[in-house]
Design a protein around this ligand. Structure first.
Ligand SMILES: Cc1cc2nc3c(=O)[nH]c(=O)nc-3n(C[C@H](O)[C@H](O)[C@H](O)COP(=O)(O)OP(=O)(O)OC[C@H]3O[C@@H](n4cnc5c(N)ncnc54)[C@H](O)[C@@H]3O)c2cc1C
Length: 443
């Protein structure tokens, strides 16, 4: 039996994938620590059947060494083909089953222990780590994987300053309690579409407004699907040359009758390397000017979801607005909020009165503003530093944390959304499972 011990902190999809990959590698026994349960995490805990995966079953395996694992599991449960966009709730069940499978495998490799609790600090000894929980308990380990996940969304100050409540998009009970009337959704991406579909099913919801700076909504997946050409796009060094060459390639592909989706897919396997090849200045220019275009073309909606959202727009039930909120006045007596918004660059203000506001802008990626005790401790004691974009931790190519001086920190790694700054493409299941396997091989 191996004597190495690895603690995985956070037990959403990333933590489960990492813990399972480590026990399968037989390199260490694992303790998986979760604050809010084990498996589905934020993305796959929803019970709403209108919330579908945005990736087909064929590419949603939790295992890098068995890429049809989810498709086979889904087929055994429902008979659905691998091209299906399954419900996210069903995927949550799959993550639990993947964890059970890993626990069975771990019986022959030293064990996989699940521990409920919140880790509040993680400090280095000589050759080991001391992990402290909020309960006061502490654990020693030879290695640590931080799988801290999606950080809570942050509410725009125009709402907090006015004392107006902004709801969490994943709090189904709160959404059900929104009084009769119009609703404003902040953001226009995939989360907005999910929430719009849920709210549209309630008779109490009148018009749903979705407001984002540019008012761009997610594009659609190819239907029927087409495999992306196996050769990744080769792009030149600088950001502007990359953009120029990418546009030219999309144009050439269109002339050959090939859809633009394939051009985006041809970037996927090389995205982390392209991103890491950009200078900090180019990365921040990308975030300022190109991010939103990337998001809507890369994170596409399942055709069924796309059609339903289009239908809502055609019926006038969903209205997508480009602009920003300029003032907010809650009216407690009327149980409503008066909001003025305007288009970017325009002085013309438009008024809406809504009975609820939901923040669909996505998780707060800026770890320097995090309230999480563990993140704060790692940063304040210099054991980790934020990436130059502030979007998660700064890491070396092997996902190892870099300390305040930029030195690799022994055997402490990060995976999932807290690695966006380091790798950019790092939040979807195919990337997470590949990182989990790569980290497992390092213990
Ligand atoms: C709504 C949504 C839909 C998505 N749909 C898809 C999809 O269809 N296909 C796809 O490929 N990707 C999808 N993604 C992206 C991706 O799969 C998820 O972001 C992924 O599940 C991330 O998992 P995670 O474990 O890193 O984070 P989380 O799910 O956020 O889990 C992190 C866990 O760690 C715990 N934790 C944090 N700090 C501590 C601590 N100090 N101590 C103990 N526990 C702690 C948290 O409580 C939480 O349970 C989606 C993402 C979202 C948000």
């Amino acid at each position: 039996m191996t004597r190495k011990h690895v603690v995985v902190i956070g037990a959403g999809f990333s933590g489960v994938a990492a813990a399972a990959a480590i026990v399968r590698s037989k390199r260490a026994r694992v303790t998986l620590i979760g604050r809010d349960g084990f498996g589905p995490g934020l993305a796959y805990g929803t019970k709403d059947p209108s919330h579908l995966l945005n990736v087909r079953a064929s590419n949603m395996s939790a295992r890098a060494d068995k890429v049809d694992d989810f498709a086979l599991w889904l087929h055994s449960k429902t008979g659905a083909p691998p091209t299906t966009f399954a419900t996210r709730g069903r995927y949550g069940k799959y993550t639990q089953s993947a964890l059970k499978q890993a626990q069975r495998a771990a019986m022959f490799s030293g064990g996989l222990k699940l521990l409920r609790g919140e880790v509040v600090s993680c400090r280095a000894g000589s050759g080991w780590w001391n992990i402290e929980l909020a309960s006061g308990r502490s654990i020693e380990a030879n290695g640590v994987v931080l799988a801290l996940g999606n950080q809570p969304v942050s509410t725009p100050s125009v709402f907090t300053d006015a004392g107006a409540k902004v709801l969490d998009p994943w709090d189904a009970k709160e959404l059900q309690r929104i009084p009769k009337g119009d609703v404003l959704l902040l953001g226009a991406g995939l989360t907005m579409v999910d929430v719009a579909l849920s709210l549209a099913a309630r008779s109490r919801t009148r018009t749903i407004y979705a407001l984002s700076r540019r008012g761009l909504t997610p594009r659609i997946h190819l239907d029927p699907p087409m495999p992306a050409p196996s050769t990744p796009l080769q792009l030149p060094q600088s950001l502007s040359q990359k953009l120029h060459e990418f546009r030219r390639e999309v144009h050439t592909m269109a002339e050959r009758g090939e859809p633009w989706q394939l051009a985006v897919d041809r970037l996927r396997s090389v995205t982390p390397a392209l991103w890491r090849g950009l200078s900090p200045d180019e990365q921040s220019r990308f975030l300022r000017h190109l991010r939103v275009w990337w998001e809507v073309h890369r994170h596409r909606a399942a055709p069924e979801i796309f059609e339903r959202a289009e239908n809502l727009q055609r019926q006038g039930k969903l209205r997508v607005l480009a602009g920003e909120v300029v003032s907010v006045s809650p009216d407690a007596r009327r149980r409503s909020i008066e909001i003025y918004h305007r288009q970017r660059g325009s002085m013309v203000r438009h008024r809406i009165e809504v009975s609820g506001v939901v923040n669909c802008t996505g998780s707060n990626m800026d770890i320097t503003r995090s309230d999480d005790p563990l993140i704060r401790q790692l940063l304040s004691e210099g054991l980790a530093r934020a990436h130059s974009t502030n979007m998660g931790f700064d890491l070396d190519e092997q996902s190892r944390l870099l300390d305040a001086r930029g030195q690799g920190q022994g055997s402490i790694y990060a995976i999932g959304p807290i690695t966006v700054g380091a790798f950019w493409e790092s939040t979807a299941v195919p990337e997470i499972r590949a990182r989990a396997a790569a980290i497992a091989a390092l213990f």
